[in-house]
Design a protein. Sequence first.
Length: 303
Amino acid sequence: MTTGRTRRTGRTAQETAVPVRGGELAVSRWPGAGEPVIALHGITANGRSFAALGEDTPLYAPDLRGRARSAALPGPYGLAAHTEDVIALLDHLGRERAVLVGHSMGAFVAALTAARHPDRIAGVVLVDGGVGFPAPEGTDIDELLEAVIGPAMRRLSMTFPDREAYRAFFREHPALGPHWNDDVQAYIDRDLVGREPKLRSSCVLEAVRADGADVLADPETLAAVRTAASAGVPMTLLWAERGMLDEPRGLYDEDRLAAAGLGPGAGSGVTVRCVPGANHYSVLLAPEATAAVRTALDAVRNT
């Protein structure tokens, strides 16, 4: 595993604040030429997870409600709250429409926003997320979240004596650690709050639970990709070949996507592509994977 630090891959992000219900949404902005993209992060992540993509793509990446510098925003939580915040960001930017890219849970937010507001969304790129499979009735959400996102969920109840201990926790992650660089470190540091020796993740557990419940069991969320595609919103799903812990099987595969009515010949209106060799985290970090995301974004923006 690579434990040394490599160079910063993207440009330094600028900070902006957007008025939303209950306060201000913290947004990282990477300037650039062309129409901007709104980037939506995963369930325990923050906007800085998109730094590599911001190298040559104009991005606005909010810290979603209940995370990082948007952690103080109040509930009610859930994916509907995030869709409201995305539209508030669009309005703040003075833009009628924009392309969305969402990773993991953020892909579900992107799909739901497009389903609810197809006139405001010019296209969506879903990165290893957005297509759900209903949880069995009576499933314990915390247990299922633990099973799916593992270390990311466990850290929410942990404390750390100092910043280096928190970084070390992530360096040991088999899917993230090998891609460590200055951008990843900045993304990790953004999540850390509190005082030594009791530093902790900024993520609000209530927000994570509410969002997880929607991803796993909300009928509107689970139908959002098809709803948005039926409304004419260009949709692309990029799925990582490998999994959350860099295991050989990812969250998706051809059989599971076919069962969901997606894939070649399905007539879903959704373009589906595998990102070979990428795992759930490296799909936003490895050069070949981020190139695939940029290509998908260019295709959607030019539709």
